[in-house]
Design a protein around this ligand. Structure first.
Ligand SMILES: NC(=O)c1ccc[n+]([C@@H]2O[C@H](COP(=O)([O-])OP(=O)(O)OC[C@H]3O[C@@H](n4cnc5c(N)ncnc54)[C@H](O)[C@@H]3O)[C@@H](O)[C@H]2O)c1
Ligand SMILES: O=c1ccn([C@@H]2O[C@H](COP(=O)(O)OP(=O)(O)O[C@H]3O[C@H](CO)[C@@H](O)[C@H](O)[C@H]3O)[C@@H](O)[C@H]2O)c(=O)[nH]1
Length: 360
């Protein structure tokens, strides 16, 4: 790719966890960044901290719009003002539990919002997209590591009912929509990034994950136990056929993930034949829940009390990525291990025990 200095990137959902970290890296790499976010699961303070981290000069290249992808007019307004070279599409709701109880809200937000985005992009002839997908599309993999060409088994009805939380089907639908659009209009270039388990925070401790309510995911939960917001961690499953009986995942540092988006953008700009291609973003290493707890205790010096509980419905035993394709084709490889993930997660937690809130 040539110089990225004047490349202008629209980042939907850029005020959120992965979006803020990616915005910092994009600005540092010389891209112009325009964020659209409805602040449904984020706060403007997060964007202010991105500005603070990159400094006043690079901040001039960052624009924020409070808008909602469900409202086509909000997207149209942005595209009619400026030309975007590509879109990184993070905006979406992701709370698994809530999506079971309220699927309409999830389909409306995640599917309608995404379709509005594609339509507006097409209208303005911006046809390059990096999309946030998830390892969840592999369901309960029969083999590990997960390779990108695995059949997405959850798409068959048996897989759907038996092994895939119904609530996560929209992630598969969104991948299918991307593939269909690109197949029908080959000028589109779309990269689907299948994130494994993003954790950690920017090394400054100024930005990080700040879930509303009681966290669903392991690391935010551990973090809240460490700062005294929650009494103990429920460990879901201690009878899995793994070394210590707890489930195994591929945790990836959010800064590595952010850099993966830049590698994906470069691929889009450089490779006219990319079509619609999926890449795993993981480390290729599996870590159990109990190993993660031990690593966090070591990094923080805090004891994390645990309670051994039954398995959580729909959870897979062990999931980790094959990283070969991303290494070979994107020239990207995760740099950080579990130790750095826990160090940075703790630094964020310790400096911001209540997240972006100033006080209780
Ligand atoms: N964090 C993970 O573990 C993980 C794993 C796999 C995939 N993903 C996907 O990656 C994306 C980003 O995840 P995240 O962890 O940063 O989540 P996040 O909730 O922190 O960020 C998403 C952002 O999108 C915004 N948003 C939601 N709906 C919107 C709409 N209709 N219009 C405008 N803005 C909207 C939210 O306010 C939020 O700031 C999501 O699509 C998520 O499904 C996340
Ligand atoms: O309080 C908790 C939370 C989680 N876990 C376990 O920790 C592991 C990791 O869980 P979690 O952090 O919730 O991630 P996953 O279940 O692997 O994946 C979910 O979270 C990922 C990261 O947000 C998304 O990519 C997926 O789509 C979504 O299914 C699992 O074995 C859980 O059972 C616990 O033991 N206690």
């Amino acid at each position: 790719m040539g110089s990225s200095v004047e490349q202008n990137i629209l980042v939907t959902g850029g005020a959120g966890f992965i979006g803020t970290h990616t915005a910092v890296q994009l600005l540092k790499e010389g891209f112009k960044v325009s964020i659209i976010d409805n602040l449904d699961n984020s706060v403007i303070e997060a964007v202010d901290r991105v500005r603070e981290l990159v400094g006043p000069d690079l901040s001039k290249k960052l624009e924020f719009t409070q808008g909602d992808l469900r409202n086509k007019g909000d997207i149209e307004k942005l595209f009619s003002k400026q030309r975007f070279d590509a879109v990184i599409h993070f905006a979406g709701l992701k709370a698994v539990g809530e999506s079971v109880g309220n699927p309409r809200r999830y389909f409306d937000n995640n599917l309608v919002g995404t379709i509005n985005l594609y339509e507006t992009m097409a209208k303005h002839n911006c046809k390059m997209m990096v999309f946030s997908s998830s390892a969840t599309v592999y369901g309960q993999p029969e083999k590990i590591p997960c390779m990108e060409d695995f059949e997405l088994k959850a798409m068959n009805p048996y897989g759907r009912t038996k092994s895939q939380p119904y609530s996560l089907l929209w992630q598969l639908f969104l991948e299918e929509i991307a593939r269909d659009i690109q197949a029908a209009e080959p000028e589109w270039r779309i990269v689907l990034l299948r994130y494994f388990n993003p954790v950690g925070a920017h090394e400054s401790g100024r930005i990080g994950e700040d879930p509303k309510g009681i966290p669903n995911n392991l690391m935010p939960y551990i973090q809240q136990v460490a700062v005294g917001r929650l009494p103990e961690l429920n460990v879901y499953g201690h009878d899995y056929p793994t070394e210590d009986g707890s489930a195994v995942r591929d945790y990836i540092h959010v800064m590595d993930l952010a850099d993966g988006h830049i590698a994906a953008l470069r691929k889009l700009f450089d490779d006219p034949k990319i079509g619609c291609t999926a890449y795993n973003l993981g480390t290729g290493r599996g870590t159990s829940v109990l190993e993660m707890v031990a690593a966090f205790e070591k990094a923080s010096g805090k004891k994390i009390p645990i309670k051994l509980c039954p398995r959580r419905l729909g959870d897979a035993t062990a999931v980790y990525a094959s990283t070969e394709k991303a290494e070979k084709e994107l020239g990207w490889k995760a740099k950080y291990g579990v130790e750095e993930m826990c160090r940075d997660q703790w630094n964020w937690a310790n400096n911001n025990p209540w997240g972006y809130q100033k006080k209780l």
